[in-house]
Write a protein that binds this ligand. Structure first.
Ligand code: ADP
Length: 166
């Protein structure tokens, strides 16, 4: 079964990586796809976000890293995906994700693409890309000790964040 794990991954966090690793155990093939949305202004380019994902997940043989733009279900159809994977951290996530899942189901009715959820590992459920960006901004612009970020992102992402905000 091919599973698609889509996201902005701006940047990828240890929470995302945990979901991808666990997803790869269920899937025969897991495609981790960066949403390259021209309407949003991301901190990192799609190319950079792909490279961070390669660094973190490239060693897993059934994981592929890719990017897409436009409608998620169109990309999913093109890749012959059986299910879309999303991670949920909180009841708020479940509510939002359920809405997207119904919408995607509506759009993919003939192809029957399902959405499946994996719950966040408790120790990582506080992490989001936006919190990472916020913490990095304060740490690097004020020259504070950056040990907090160790628990949130990979060394290559931490390095890139230090370059952006220093
Ligand atoms: P979006 O795709 O909504 O822009 P992200 O790129 O941040 O959001 O996240 C992609 C997916 O990973 C979403 O399903 C999100 O809920 C999930 N996710 C984000 N952070 C974590 C975490 N710490 N633990 C588990 N899942 C997470």
């Amino acid at each position: 079964m091919t599973i698609l794990y889509p996201g902005s991954f701006d940047p990828v966090t240890l929470g995302h990586i945990d979901i991808a690793v666990r997803g790869a155990k269920i899937a025969t093939r897991l495609i981790v796809a960066v949403l390259d949305n021209t309407n949003k202004k991301p901190l990192f380019s799609a190319k950079e976000r792909i490279s961070f994902l390669q660094d973190a997940l490239g060693h897993i043989s059934n994981v592929e890293i890719d990017s897409f733009s436009g409608l998620l279900v169109e990309y999913a159809k093109q890749k012959n995906v059986t299910a879309i994977l999303r991670g949920v951290r909180s009841p708020g996530d479940v509510e939002n994700e359920a809405r997207y899942a119904v919408f995607n189901r509506l759009l993919s009715e003939l192809n029957n693409i399902e959405t499946i959820f994996i719950t966040a590992s408790p120790s990582l459920s506080f992490i989001s890309s936006s919190i990472v960006r916020e913490v990095a901004f304060h740490i690097y612009s004020s020259n504070l000790n950056d040990t907090t970020l160790h628990n949130m992102v990979t060394p290559s992402v931490q390095h890139a964040l230090s370059k952006v905000y220093q």
